[in-house]
Design a protein around this ligand. Structure first.
Ligand SMILES: [Zn+2]
Ligand SMILES: [Zn+2]
Length: 298
């Protein structure tokens, strides 16, 4: 692999920022008064809410027992504070793969992946901050054909990204109840797999969330790469992979679920696993480690 190239993306002037980034919905007519909707990001999970019925109470994502509310209580981040106080770091991993994460760390510390393919790029998972420089970088690589999301802890500001890049956001139907801002680009899919293009596909695994999914990309490594979000959680030693209902609350899934999930991975060839967070990468023996990890439970 070539040396990683780091590109620091700074927060930019708001002059060219699309309306979605400024926290305002599109006006439907020239005469319409400015909308008074004040979107907010949950500071703990990074989800953007535009409906005050969600922001007048604790974040519904963090109130779910897979997440948590901080001891000091709910806190919200204004869009302008996210734009002004944070930036995105884009790291080249190889010719066809870039990592995008926000610095300093915001919310859970999620990262997104930009995958470049001949027939259109895909963003795997999403982060809260979308600024002008990030948009310019992705457009310089050909824009996005689609965004695909592993599970609700990555819903962040998906509607803004989809609006800017004019593309669908693929979310498994099993997680529909966790979509609190359902924009026009959100495209629910159902069943076990969704075929994409250039041999890529999304596969529903379940476990953490009913809709928890992985992205299978055969061409990113010799034996195939899986981008897994935290459908599979890679340990710091990189010698173990876990599946949990809740990672922060240490709530396991049942043994029968572990066995079902292990079996669901039998026929998928891969040598590399890329997880939700920094340094979560196992290669080239990812398949062996995943199966050996899940078999420890039996
Ligand atoms: Zn939250
Ligand atoms: Zn999660």
């Amino acid at each position: 692999m070539k040396r990683s190239e780091f590109i620091k993306i700074s927060a930019m002037s708001s002059l060219l920022v699309p309306q979605a980034l400024m926290g305002r919905s599109k006006d439907t007519s020239d005469e319409q008064a400015p909308l008074t909707i004040k979107p907010l990001f949950c500071s703990t999970c990074g989800t953007k809410f535009v409906d005050q019925k969600n922001t007048s109470v604790n974040c519904p994502v963090c109130s779910n027992d897979r997440q948590y509310l901080p001891a000091k209580g709910q806190s919200w981040t204004k869009p302008e504070d996210l734009q002004n106080s944070f930036s995105n770091l884009i790291t080249r991993i190889n010719d066809n793969l870039y990592e995008i994460k926000t610095i300093p760390k915001f919310a859970i510390g999620q990262r997104a992946f930009l995958i470049l393919t001949p027939n259109g790029n895909i963003l795997w998972d999403c982060i809260s901050l979308l600024n002008e420089s990030t948009i310019a970088f992705i457009k310089s690589k050909g824009g996005l054909k689609a965004i695909a999301i592993s599970h609700p802890h990555y819903y962040s500001s998906i509607n803004d990204w989809a609006e800017v890049f004019n593309c669908p956001v693929y979310i498994h139907q099993n997680d529909e109840e966790f979509i609190f801002t359902k924009g026009p680009n959100i495209t629910l899919w159902e069943g076990g797999e969704k075929e994409l293009w250039d041999s890529m596909k999304i596969k529903n695994i379940g476990g953490h969330f009913p809709g928890s999914s992985i992205l299978i990309v055969p061409f990113l490594s010799p034996g195939g790469t899986i981008l897994c979000g935290d459908t599979f959680y890679i340990s710091p030693s990189k010698t173990h992979v876990s599946v949990m209902y809740s990672y922060p609350n240490f709530i396991p899934v049942s043994l029968s679920e572990i066995k079902r999930i292990n079996g669901s991975m039998n026929n998928i060839p891969f040598d590399t696993l890329l997880g939700a967070f920094d340094n979560q990468k196992i290669s080239p023996n990812a398949k062996e480690i995943l199966h050996a990890s899940l078999e420890k439970y039996s």
